[in-house]
Design a protein around this ligand. Structure first.
Ligand code: 6GU
Length: 250
């Protein structure tokens, strides 16, 4: 997958892409990440990227020209056919709320463009005539889309084949199964008097799987009950949830 990121702060991307999973994916050539400074696509002496809002008001607005030209420069590398299918994503608090299903959807593309907006605003013509999709990572305010772009990249890249050590680890994740993950323990088996649940030391894998599934359901019910509506659950498990809800309300 090729990922082109348009930003006013290219330095922000240096460290996150030079460690861990993202570094490994780049080293193994599973992804190619290009960071473009929007300022490099200006033509005036002062490299102006923003300007006052028509109609007045506080805050500057990102000008359309450098953003259009940066995207066109990326597109000039690829075929017309590839360019037509290419998602051009604006990171903005006004966008569609990002979640695992969107990450999965985006992981199916061979190329993405991410445009990091500034909180104050982007000229509306960028939205109307350039961008194909707008994404927000949550209902809170960030000064720019950079951290949001990193969140999207990290969530998408770890879904690509070969990126994680074992394919199974992504399948078990919270939000992939629709349930939160079960509690995990490692050595020592007793720490400060707190013991690891016996079942995990039993070596009985059927029992362990059953315990973990039960814990996932309990944890989801307690912390994120709304997730259970969409989770993939057996009839027995649905009945268990009804029972647990009755117990907690009585
Ligand atoms: Cl994508 N951008 C900004 N500026 N703020 C946000 C966001 C994005 N998602 C949540 N808050």
């Amino acid at each position: 997958m090729r990922i082109d990121i348009l930003t006013l702060f290219p330095q922000m991307f240096q460290d996150p892409f030079s460690v861990g999973i993202l570094k490994r994916a780049i080293d193994q050539k599973l992804i190619q990440v290009n960071i473009h400074n929007i300022r490099d696509y200006t033509h005036d002496k002062h490299h102006t990227v923003d300007d006052y809002a028509y109609g007045g008001g506080a805050g500057m607005v990102l000008k359309p020209e450098p953003i259009f030209e940066a995207v066109e420069s990326v597109k000039s590398d690829i075929s017309l056919e590839e360019a037509k299918a290419l998602p051009i994503i604006l990171l903005t608090p006004q966008g569609r709320l990002f979640h695992q299903q969107i990450a999965q959807e985006l992981s199916g593309y061979s190329h993405l463009i991410l445009i990091c907006g500034r909180y104050e605003g982007v000229d509306e013509r960028v939205r109307e005539h350039l961008v194909t999709e707008e994404i927000s990572i949550g209902d809170y305010v960030l000064s720019g889309g950079e951290l949001a772009a990193m969140v999207v990249v990290e969530a998408v890249v770890r879904l690509l084949p070969g990126v994680l050590g074992s394919e199974a680890s992504a399948l078990d994740d919270s939000h992939t199964t629709g349930l939160l993950e079960y509690p995990q323990y490692t050595r020592p088996d007793v720490y400060r008097g707190w013991a690891v649940p016996d079942v995990l030391l039993s070596g009985n894998h059927a029992q362990i799987d059953k315990w973990r599934r039960h814990q996932s359901i309990l944890r989801t019910l307690k912390r994120r009950p709304e997730l259970l509506d969409k989770a993939d659950l057996s009839l027995e498990e649905r009945q268990l949830i009804v029972k647990l809800k009755e117990e907690s309300s009585s």
